[in-house]
Design a protein around this ligand. Sequence first.
Ligand code: SAM
Length: 247
Amino acid sequence: RLSRRLEMIAEMVPPGSKLADIGSDHALLPTYLARQGRITKAVAGEVNAGPYEAAAKQVKDAQLGSPIDVRLGDGLAVISPHEVDVITIAGMGGALITSILEAGTDKLAGVTRLVLQPNVGEYNVRSWLLAHGWVLVDERILEEDSKIYEILCAAPPDRADITNDQLYAARVLSDTVTVDREELLKFGPHLLQEPSDVWFMKWQHELDKLEKIRARLSLSQAEESRRKEQELEREIRTIREVMACLQ
Ligand code: SAM
């Protein structure tokens, strides 16, 4: 059985796609989609030999008859331009995901959808998408095994029913609280639209974490700690205000 996280990622892959799953590990995602007949072809990319061999074995054992090509290589180097129309990159840090995209921008030609699931650093991923003209068309958030995951789905502007200007326009939440682009990049412009219990849980955890750091900083006499403390103070206040408005 697939984890709920991978199942949700699978749901965001449109039927009939030609998929590249980068950092595929055991190739669970493409194997699941191929078994259900939901993709026409897949490339499972892996940079490390161990997971690459596990992926190759998984695909061989699954006897799918449908083509999943397991390839050893770094990031998008395993695909050619226009070879696939959907790319999934899941289960890594946001910085690694954006570095993979950055190093392979030429391979994004012909890609109509990116499904990205950073374990941390969602802000970085949203910022990268915005800076490179990709439009965030959907976002999901889920909890599994006490971890919270966000899944970000992006499309080129001609495939999106909203523009980045609309998505990241400042939003008035109350008489005193307006969220600007920076905050939308942080909280998720779609997630903020209809925040779920899991979204509140995520930001409550974040608040608890920041409060602990602030308490530690307050013990230090260093000027640098005062500056950081003030920064944290502002961050904590914003999170509190946004959560209060949406509750
Ligand atoms: N995508 C699967 C998932 O979400 O369950 C597996 C996630 S696993 C934690 C991350 C995988 O990414 C590892 O198997 C690792 O070898 C692979 N990886 C890390 N950097 C990579 C890169 N630059 N190119 C391809 N694969 C990479």
